[in-house]
Design a protein around this ligand. Structure first.
Ligand SMILES: Cc1ncc(COP(=O)(O)O)c(C=O)c1O
Length: 390
């Protein structure tokens, strides 16, 4: 039996045992509708409000500024479309490397008459704050940028960007789905007006997330129905999920610093091990300003799918930077925006480490990937065939 090593924590994480324990009663005895006035409803509401407090405490914001949603995607949609709908028209600044939850939302708004600027990034995947400043216009209604990139892990200079948006009195939305609970965020100092975060990236359940909305930010609802979430997001709340999200955030507050240092060391060891064993390999993302657990590398003239499949045969779960659409393998738009040549971008592999990752796991991955790449190299240029892995 192969060892099993999960290195895809930026895609999703296992629910923390303490999170699961906190959630369980809300599927059974505390099942009430949190909008109901009776005791059953109050019990559910209490659980939900405790979660709101846990998140508000972690972010050091007021609990009234937290709205629960069905996922990071909805949080991004609510933040961007909700603000745009309240303004009616105007210009939005974002970047070329945002998650599709932001990119496609902004593109949809463009179809409705809004205008947009998609900022470039440098070779490390970083937005230049000066570019934000230059892109601002009299009719700019929003700047939306991610705190950390899911593919390469680069952390954006949100503090500097927040200073610029605040000076210009333009709201700043941060897609913090990969950031919240992984690296510190100082909401006050960063000048963030809207912040998206999601449960399943931080050992909470899937399909539950939140949006921080700074008090006074003019927003319209994008989903219509009941009076839930102070009329900011209609629909009966996912109480058990929200309880889990609150607990997950609370645990991150407790464990984030120590675990971040441990993951950074493991991530760096992984890169060193791979670099020592493979001649043509590059690290993607910023060398230091990067998520603790993210190590995205590209191998020259090898298709990333072949590496992902080869490692899968070894029980290792990583993700490919390239995507296969209708038979054609396409490089990641994030790597393209970074200016990576195609013969490198096609061979990118993302390893994202998490709380269960051990030093032994990392050694096993290094021992597996080095001979696999050597074998695939013999099939190069751009090996499309399935790898022969022993
Ligand atoms: C940066 C970023 N934003 C948004 C999302 C979407 O979040 P969810 O999966 O909770 O809808 C993701 C998910 O990968 C992400 O990485």
């Amino acid at each position: 039996m192969n060892r099993r090593v999960y290195l895809d924590h930026n895609a999703s994480t296992p629910v923390h045992p303490e999170v699961l324990q906190a959630m369980l009663p809300y599927f059974s005895e505390r099942f009430g509708n949190p909008s109901s006035v009776h005791g059953f409803g109050r019990e559910a509401r209490d659980g939900m409000e405790t979660a709101r407090e846990q998140i508000a405490d972690f972010l050091k914001v007021s609990k009234d500024e937290i709205v629960f949603t069905s996922g990071g995607t909805e949080s991004d949609n609510l933040g961007i479309k909700g603000l745009a709908a309240a303004r009616g028209s105007g210009h939005i600044i974002t970047s070329q490397i945002e998650h599709h939850a932001v990119l496609r939302t902004v593109q949809t708004l463009e179809e409705q008459g809004f205008t947009a600027t998609y900022l470039p990034v440098d070779g490390d995947g970083m937005v230049n704050p000066d570019d934000v400043k230059k892109a601002l216009r009299a009719d700019t209604i929003l700047v939306s940028l991610m705190g950390a990139n899911s593919e390469v892990g680069t952390l954006q200079p949100i503090r500097e960007i927040g200073r610029i948006t605040r000076e210009a009195a333009v709201p700043l939305h941060v897609d913090g789905v990969q950031t919240v609970g992984k690296v510190p965020i100082d909401m006050g100092a960063f000048g963030i007006d809207l912040l998206s975060f999601s449960g399943h990236k931080i050992y909470g359940p899937k399909g539950v997330a939140g949006l921080y909305i700074r008090k006074g930010t003019k927003m319209a609802s994008i989903q219509h129905g009941g009076e839930h979430e102070r009329r900011r997001r209609a629909g009966t709340e996912n109480v058990a999920g929200i309880v889990g999200l609150g607990k997950a955030v609370e645990i991150r507050g407790r464990d984030m610093a120590v675990e971040g240092a441990r993951l950074t060391a493991l991530r760096d060891r992984l890169w060193e091990g791979v670099r020592a064993g493979v001649a043509e390999v590059r690290l993607n993302g910023h060398p230091t300003e990067r998520l603790p657990g993210t190590c995205n590398v590209c191998f020259h003239d090898i298709e990333s799918e072949s590496i992902v499949l080869g490692l899968d045969l070894k029980g290792i779960g990583v993700s490919a930077g390239s995507a296969c659409t209708s038979g054609n393998v396409e490089p990641s738009y994030v790597l393209e925006a970074k200016g990576l040549p195609l013969d490198w971008a096609m061979g990118s592999v993302r390893c994202s480490l998490g709380r269960g990752t051990t030093a032994e796991d990392i050694e096993y991955v290094i021992e597996s990937v080095v001979p696999l790449v050597a074998k695939l190299k013999t099939l190069s240029p751009v090996a499309g065939a399935a790898p022969a892995v022993s």
